[in-house]
Design a protein around this ligand. Structure first.
Ligand code: RB5
Length: 165
């Protein structure tokens, strides 16, 4: 949402580093406050470590949204969606980016750094930040996701909430 005050945290593994640096420049051009949570070199690292940091920041409300980049985007998506209140969407194309905001109110954008080229990725980010949640019939569906999370919490499953981050 360019021009609107928004705090975003962005993380990647070694396979997403190059694209992440491009995305940080773009976000700053868009006027989005951007916190870089690593990794910051090409040494091989484990994507769950970086996915967890970003997902916890979104889950706790410390930031408004997150961006995660690994090779395919799959690993980061799997990790991020373990956390309470996180709706991470793997968007390697523009249609997915748009729909993930319109219908799913996605709060973490995941991109595959080895799948998408720099220019397409920039367009994905622009679309994702400029598209608002449609609401309406989708609200009840998101409420059902929240109810699943609540039931899991009651059943004793640990999730990354504000309380245990
Ligand atoms: C790293 O080689 C690669 O497995 C990782 O970036 C990601 O694609 C995992 O889903």
């Amino acid at each position: 949402m360019p021009g609107v005050l928004m705090k975003v945290v962005i993380g990647c593994d070694h396979a997403g580093l190059e694209l992440k640096l491009e995305m940080i420049s773009l976000l700053r051009e868009m006027g989005v406050e951007c916190i870089d949570s690593g990794t910051n070199n090409l040494q091989s690292v484990d994507y769950p470590d970086y996915g967890e940091q970003v997902a916890k920041a979104v889950s706790s409300g410390a930031v408004d949204r997150g961006i995660l980049i690994c090779g395919t985007g799959i690993g980061m998506s799997i990790v991020a969606n373990k956390f309470f209140g996180v709706r991470a969407a793997l968007c390697n194309d523009l249609f997915a980016a748009k729909m993930s905001r319109l219908h799913n109110d996605a709060n973490i954008l995941v991109i595959g750094g080895r799948v998408v080229g720099k220019d397409v990725a920039k367009e994905i980010v622009r679309v994702w930040f400029s598209t608002s949640f449609e609401g309406g019939r989708h609200i009840k569906r998101l409420n059902k996701i929240r109810q699943i999370e609540e039931r899991m919490r009651q059943a004793g499953h640990e999730t990354g909430t504000a309380e245990n981050c």
